[in-house]
Design a protein around this ligand. Sequence first.
Ligand SMILES: NC(=O)c1ccc[n+]([C@@H]2O[C@H](COP(=O)([O-])OP(=O)(O)OC[C@H]3O[C@@H](n4cnc5c(N)ncnc54)[C@H](OP(=O)(O)O)[C@@H]3O)[C@@H](O)[C@H]2O)c1
Length: 296
Amino acid sequence: MLRNVPFQILAGVLIPLCALYISGLYKGVTPGFSHSALLGQLNIFFAQSLSPESGMAVPTPEELKTARESFQGKNATCFILGASGETGKELLAEILRQKLFSRVTLIGRRALDLKEPLYANVSQEIVDFEKLDESAAAFQGHDVGFCCLGTTRAKAGADGFVRVDRDYVEHSAKLAKAGGCRHFVLQSTKGADSSSSFLYLRVKGEAEARVQAVGFDRCSIFRPAVLLCDRREFRPAEWISRKILGVVALVSPTAMSVPTVTVARAMVNNVVMPAKDGQKVEVLENAAIHALGGIK
Ligand SMILES: NC(=O)c1ccc[n+]([C@@H]2O[C@H](COP(=O)([O-])OP(=O)(O)OC[C@H]3O[C@@H](n4cnc5c(N)ncnc54)[C@H](OP(=O)(O)O)[C@@H]3O)[C@@H](O)[C@H]2O)c1
């Protein structure tokens, strides 16, 4: 960790400056581009780059293979919240590729087009997250729950962001627990901190705390840095960050970003491995996600 501090401080200062410079050029060709959105992104960036990271024990490929085979024999079931999103879609693909669950339920606000035979054991539950109690049955009978839900302040406003990223997440976790879920996997973010002055990091920290309070047998919290993917939705501030971080990743791959496919694989690998020392709550920071998600 110490080795990374000078780099992170440097990155926290230099990358925002570069981004502001590029955005100045960018604004000229993109009407409607908002500097405040970019500044918000950069503030988070800075806070994230200074947040500490803890290490974690990583299984060998052989240990993982054995654990995976044992898990496949359990006939376990899972649900995914946010399977239409960038991480969620990679997660669904990885789960199906590894044939880990006998049944997979996608819980979301809209139906996905899943016609291929590959999706034979996948069912969909379309719910109204504002009336989630009416859909309690959708959460019944799953061993594992994955949550990749999330929106942005730019898209949903501050209140809408809190509603989705904290309240929907907490409500879903409670219904999952009541429905028998034993292991809840939450995608949070690097730097999540319930005492942060940044809305994004604070709300993510609050969501983490509320999910932990639900009391699952096991709860895995993932804190990825900036997600690298070909995002379908165009988010200008994030686009600029991703371009810069794509270059930073060539020098220091685990420092400030992570591909969504790596996050998805890390989640799946975490689920098949037993919790270390029977820990009820595990927090996986960005470097740990890279390490665990790097094993195929
Ligand atoms: N972007 C980053 O660089 C970054 C970095 C670290 C952590 N994270 C966090 O990682 C998580 C996943 O990020 P992502 O980029 O993979 O997600 P994403 O592509 O933005 O997808 C978000 C998912 O949440 C659903 N959702 C959004 N608003 C909703 C609403 N009002 N009601 C119901 N469902 C709603 C979306 O459903 P629809 O398809 O129906 O909209 C989608 O399935 C988020 O919590 C995010 O904050 C992101």
